[in-house]
Design a protein around this ligand. Sequence first.
Ligand code: IPE
Ligand code: IPE
Ligand code: MG
Length: 241
Amino acid sequence: MKIPSHIAIIMDGNGRWAVERGLPRKQGHIAGVNAFKKIISKAAELGVRALTVYAFSTENWNRPRTEVDFILNLFQKTLLKQADELFKNNVKVKVIGRRNGLSRALTNTIEKIEEMTAGNKGIQLNIAFNYGGRAEIVDMVKKIVNDFAVNNETNISLTEQDINRYLYNPGLADVELLIRTGGERRLSNFLLWQSAYTELCFFDKYWPDFTAEDLVSAIKIFQQRERRFGGLNKVGEDYVD
Ligand code: IPE
Ligand code: IPE
Ligand code: MG
C-alpha cells in the first residue's frame, strides 16, 4: 500500500485542550510539542519522505502578545533542544515562512538547525512558522518579477514547475495527505499552492491528543481514497463510448 510521500499537518486545538483541563493555553502548546515529537518519528519510521507542520501562521500575530511571545520562545527552545536528536535521526529540517518579524536570536537558531541538518538524507521536516499561503504566493511573485527584471527579460514564459522553484522550499513535492486536528474543517491559509490535489483528513481530537496510531489511521484512510486528478475512475476508464 502506498505511503503518502508528503504529509502536511495543521496542528490545531492546543488552546482548547488546555482550557478544558483548567490549564493556561500555554500548557496546550507545550503538550503540542510533545505530540509532535512522536509524530515525526512515526512518520520517519513509516517511510514518509516529507512532513510539513503548521506551527505559527502569519495571522497568529493577532493573538494576545503574551501568547505570541510564549509561542516564539517555545519554538526557539524546542529547536535548540531537539537539534541533536533531529540530526542523529537523519531528519533534514527547513523552516518555511517569513523571517522578518522574528528576532535575530530566533533566525540564528533556525539557520543553524537548517545548516546542521542540510546533508541529512532521511525525512524532510518543514516547519511552517510565520507562514501564510498567500504570503508565500506574494513572495514567490516578487522573486519572479525581480529575476525577470535583473535579466532584462520581457518575454515571460512560466510553467507550474517554474513556480515551484520560487516557493519557500523549492523542489518540494505536492502534499498528498493533509491532516487537521481540532475539529475545524478549513485550511487557514496553509500550503495553498501545494495542496491543489491533496486528500483531506480531519480529526475532532485536539492536537496534544493526536497519536502515532492516529497518523497510521489517517494513512489508511488515504489509502482507501481514489485519487483521480481530474481524470476518470476505474469504471470510467473501462467505459467505451
Ligand atoms: C494551534 O492551536 C497552535 C497555534 C495556532 C499556534 P491553537 O492555539 O490554535 O488552539 P485552539 O485552536 O485555540 O484550541
Ligand atoms: C491554524 O490554526 C494555524 C496553526 C495551527 C499554526 P488557527 O487556530 O490559527 O486557525 P483558525 O484561526 O482557527 O482558522
Ligand atoms: Mg486554533
